[in-house]
Design a protein. Structure first.
Length: 81
């Protein structure tokens, strides 16, 4: 009996890990955004908005891998904090 791995499902599971990793980053940016909003710093608001959008887009990062180990090696740099 051999075990087969559904690579597409494995990729989706890995992207769920990305979603978990980005939660605290988005929360921290929310705090920064409110501070920038309160101080009227439009430039900072724009910078933070761009960072937040990059984090939202992280799940669109292609995973060009064919094995579970290769999948685990794909980690978007924007999730490094």
């Amino acid at each position: 009996m051999s075990i087969s791995i559904n690579i597409d499902k494995a990729k989706n599971i890995w992207k769920d890990k990305w979603r978990e990793a980005r939660k605290p980053l988005l929360n921290a940016l929310d705090v920064e955004f409110v501070r920038a909003l309160e101080s009227g710093d439009i430039v900072k608001q724009s910078e933070i908005s761009a960072k937040k959008q990059a984090l939202r887009d992280v799940t669109q990062t292609p995973i060009n891998a064919t094995t579970p180990d290769e999948i685990k090696n794909v980690w978007p740099s924007s999730l490094n904090g």
